[in-house]
Every structure is written in structure tokens, then in C-alpha cells.
Design a protein around this ligand. Structure first.
Ligand code: NAD
Length: 459
């Protein structure tokens, strides 16, 4: 393609070029947005083998998991945006007020401008491109900064995106802290950051300098509360599925289990069975089980294996960055595994006598990205929904809420601010502009003009 701009590493130059493109109105027509989304979809189809290979190189992801949690997920997100774009772009009429009659009021969603997307390593494709779908649908220019900790995916994105997407409007900048810091010094119209809450504070501080709004998609300790009245076999399978996919490196993975009213012992054995069913007697040999992203995270996780009685797992191999899917029982609420978000394949079970204690235990901590509950009781569901605060609450299944495009995805408090997915992505990257139209004739406002003494008798 001859209109590909030469790569540049100067953050100021990159961002200025995109501001120039945005000012030209190139990205605003629905047709441009549609063509970019279609090109992104073509890329996901045509380059699937290369994308899968990169995910495997960075995280040992098997092809099926890579498809379900990244490539296939993105295709659905693109398809959803394509089929709803016209509807999202339509002005929304609202009622005007009686004193302003006759008049017409409506809102239109206008693109924000040049946006920065900073993504993490754990779902390096999904979490880079899913916000980009929203940014494109909204008609923005975008700088995408993939995580340097998933170098293969970062390199593939830098290579492929300029081939498929409009290089005058969408740029990939690779790199780590230095490059991101340089980008954060520039003036953006929105920053969309996914990652940990320490860096989120750096991002928000940098954004404050330019009064740039931010979306922060963060993490935290998402609890799973299990009551004894449920089918513990299926509960264990779903917990093992949600926890051990991507070797536990999932922002919405159940972080720990609160087993209510003496169901811990039975749940333990069902979890051990579920892990064996999914990954076999030697998960290290399972083609479906991933690896820890790097040695630093491996070394952070291994001490947490001593936080309780081993139910299953526990073995490790540093040379492969392998940590077995591990379930720990009799875990004390003060144990090391209960301090920070685990973000790895270790599932501690804490026994609590009743739902009140479970709720109190959750509320001792920061508000999580998700809260999962397994209970047959409608009363418990209602209580959990109203008595706790989290980005999402789901019953009977972990992680899956983020696959429903009609649901907002995002955190609250320490787990983040702002939402995306589906229409929420479009809204995150647009400004709802208020439009009011009132004709000058007849001048129905005349009775309201000063001097107000004339109004006294009427009010
Ligand atoms: P990471 O280390 O890849 O960092 C994320 C991004 O921040 C990267 O692009 C990185 O280059 C950049 N970065 C790192 N240090 C920086 C600095 N000092 N200044 C500027 N930029 C910097 O990923 P991570 O933070 O380890 O990701 C894991 C965390 O992200 C977990 O807490 C997890 O729960 C959370 N997470 C949240 C979601 C969500 O959708 N809410 C999704 C995935 C991960």
C-alpha cells in the first residue's frame, strides 16, 4: 500500500499526525467506520494462524482457547458493531420543555478525536482490539500501545494493523514504560487503559494535565460465593473453567472461593475431579493448559502456593513457567494468597459459616471487578445484589458476562471506571452532544425577557 506513512517513534509527531487526520474529518463518515471494521474482520479471518501462533508464543495458549477468548470474541464484537452502527449513529430525540415550545431537542454522538489505547499482556489481542472496535465505530483516530510483556502479539499487531487499517488514522506504537511515558505526555482526547491500578494512577495523573477523560479497566480480587444448596459438581466445573483458563491470568477469574455453611469439603473434592477431567492427571502435558507470562510473575506466584492445605496441583516447573492448576483449602482470610489479586492458577477456598460472613468478608476488601455466586436461593441472590458492590455480579457462571455485548463491562472503585463492549464501547469513545432547535418566529420567548417586573403577576 502506498499510503502507509513511514514508521516513526516520535510520540509527539505520531499524535500530531493523527490530530491532523481527525481535523480533516476523514474518520467521521459512517462509510469510513464501516470499512475499517470490515477490514479488521478480514484481518481476524485471514491472519488467524499468525495471530494464534503469537498467542501461543507469548502465553502457551492453545488454538481453541485463543479462538474462544480472543479471536472469536473479537469477531463477534466487530459483527455486533457493524450491525448496530447505523442505530448508534442515529440522533436520539428527547422531549423539549413546555416553556420552550415549539422546539426540537435531540442528541448526537460525536467522536472524541485522537484516543490512546494502552493494553495489557494477558489477553493481548482481545484487550488491544476490542477497545479499538469501539474507537473506530465512534469515528476516532487511535494510537494503540500493546503490552511489551506479550512481545509476539505486539509485533504482529504492529505489522498487520497498518496493512489492514487506515494508517493515517490508526497507529500502533510498541514499547514499554519509556514509550508509554512519552505517549502520555501528549494531548489525547481520551485514554483507555487496561491493566493494574498502580499504573492506572500514573495514567490518570498524566491525563489530568490535559484534562483528558479516561476509562480504566482494572482488576482486583473477584470472589466466588458458594452456598451448600447448589449442584456442587457443576459449580466446581464452572469454577475450574473460569479460574484455570489462560492459567488463571484473567482479570475476571474467580480469585478465591468463599464456601458457605460447611460445603468446603465437598467442593474441594469436586474441584479436584473437575481439574483432572479438564487437564488430565498431568496438566503439564495438557495441550489445553497455558503458561505463566514470564519469570517475574512465576516468582511472584509460587510463594502463594503455601497459603493453605493442598487439594490438587502445587507442582511447578520454572523452565516452562508452569504452575499446575492448584486448589488450596483451609485458607485463612489473612494468608498471603488473600492479600493481592492472585492473577494465576491458584484457587484458595475460605470457609465461612453463613452468607452474612461471606458478604462481610467481601466488603472488607476493595470493590471487585466481578462477584460470582452459586446459590439456589432467590433471597440470597437479592441480598448479594443489593448488599455488595462490584463491576458485575453473576449467578451460576463466572467470566461469561463479558461475552454479552448488551452488558456493560467495567469496574467500580479500585476495579476501574467507565465501561465498554457493544454500545458501551461506542459511548465510551463519543460525546453525547446536545442539540436544541428553536425557530426565531414567532418569538414565543418574548414574555420571559426582562424587565422581570412584567412577569410578577404571571408567576
Ligand atoms: P501490563 O504489565 O501489560 O501493563 C499494562 C500496560 O501498562 C502495558 O501496555 C504497559 O506497557 C503499560 N505500563 C506498564 N508500566 C507503565 C508505567 N510505569 N507507565 C506507563 N505505562 C505503563 O499488564 P498488567 O498491569 O500486569 O495487567 C494485569 C492487571 O490488569 C491485573 O490487575 C488485571 O486484573 C488487570 N486487567 C484488567 C482487565 C479488565 O478488562 N478490567 C483486563 C485484563 C487485565
Amino acid at each position: 500500500m502506498d499510503d502507509i506513512a513511514p514508521p516513526t517513534h516520535d510520540a509527539a509527531e505520531v499524535v500530531e499526525r493523527l490530530h491532523h487526520t481527525f481535523a480533516s474529518n476523514r474518520t467521521k463518515p459512517a462509510q469510513w467506520r464501516r470499512s475499517q471494521l470490515e477490514a479488521l474482520r478480514s484481518m481476524l479471518t485471514a491472519e488467524e494462524p499468525e495471530l494464534q501462533a503469537a498467542l501461543n508464543a507469548d502465553l502457551g495458549k492453545c488454538a481453541t482457547e485463543a479462538y474462544i477468548t480472543e479471536i472469536g470474541f473479537l469477531r463477534s464484537e466487530v459483527d455486533h458493531a457493524l450491525s448496530h452502527l447505523s442505530q448508534w449513529l442515529r440522533p436520539r430525540r428527547v422531549s423539549s420543555t413546555l416553556p420552550l415550545m415549539p422546539s426540537r431537542a435531540r442528541t448526537v454522538r460525536e467522536p472524541l478525536g485522537v484516543v490512546l489505547i494502552i493494553s495489557p499482556w494477558n489477553y493481548p489481542l482481545n484487550l488491544a482490539l476490542s477497545p479499538l472496535v469501539g474507537a473506530i465505530a465512534a469515528g476516532n483516530c487511535a494510537v494503540l500501545k500493546p503490552s511489551e510483556l506479550a512481545p509476539s502479539v505486539s509485533a504482529v499487531l504492529a505489522k498487520l494493523l497498518p496493512r489492514y487499517l487506515d494508517p493515517q488514522a490508526i497507529t500502533v506504537v510498541e514499547g514499554g514504560v519509556t514509550e508509554t511515558t512519552a505517549l502520555l505526555e501528549q494531548r489525547f482526547n481520551h485514554i483507555f487503559y487496561t491493566g493494574n491500578s498502580t499504573v492506572a494512577r500514573i495514567v490518570m495523573t498524566a491525563a489530568a494535565k490535559h484534562l483528558t477523560p479516561v476509562t480504566l479497566e482494572l482488576g482486583g480480587k473477584s470472589p466466588a460465593i458458594v452456598e451448600p444448596d447448589v449442584d456442587l459438581t457443576t459449580t466446581a466445573r464452572r469454577l475450574a473453567w473460569g479460574k484455570f483458563m489462560n492459567a488463571g491470568q484473567t482479570c475476571v477469574a474467580p480469585d478465591y472461593v468463599l464456601a458457605v455453611g460447611g460445603c468446603a469439603a465437598e467442593l474441594e473434592s469436586r474441584l479436584a475431579t473437575a481439574v483432572a477431567e479438564m487437564y488430565g492427571p498431568r496438566p503439564i502435558e495438557s495441550p489445553d493448559y497455558g503458561r505463566i507470562v514470564n519469570e517475574r510473575h512465576f516468582d511472584r506466584l509460587t510463594p502463594l502456593l503455601n497459603s493453605g492445605r493442598l487439594v490438587t496441583g502445587g507442582d511447578t516447573d520454572r523452565s516452562q513457567r508452569y504452575i499446575a492448576p492448584t486448589v488450596l483449602a483451609d485458607v485463612d482470610n489473612e494468608a498471603p494468597a488473600m492479600q493481592e489479586e492472585i492473577f494465576g492458577p491458584i484457587l484458595p477456598i475460605v470457609s465461612v459459616p453463613d452468607l452474612d460472613t461471606a458478604i462481610a468478608t467481601v466488603k472488607q476488601r476493595e470493590r471487585p471487578l466481578a462477584l460470582y455466586a452459586f446459590t439456589e436461593s432467590k433471597h440470597s441472590r437479592r441480598r448479594l445484589t443489593t448488599a455488595t458492590s462490584s463491576g458485575a455480579i453473576t449467578f451460576g457462571i463466572p467470566n461469561a458476562h463479558l461475552t454479552v455485548p448488551g452488558l456493560p463491562f467495567g469496574g467500580v472503585g479500585e476495579s476501574g471506571m467507565g465501561n465498554y463492549h457493544g454500545q458501551y464501547s461506542f459511548e465510551a469513545f463519543t460525546h453525547p452532544k446536545a442539540i436544541l432547535e428553536k425557530s426565531l418566529t414567532p418569538d414565543t420567548m418574548a414574555p420571559t425577557y426582562p424587565p422581570y417586573s412584567r412577569l410578577k403577576d404571571r408567576l
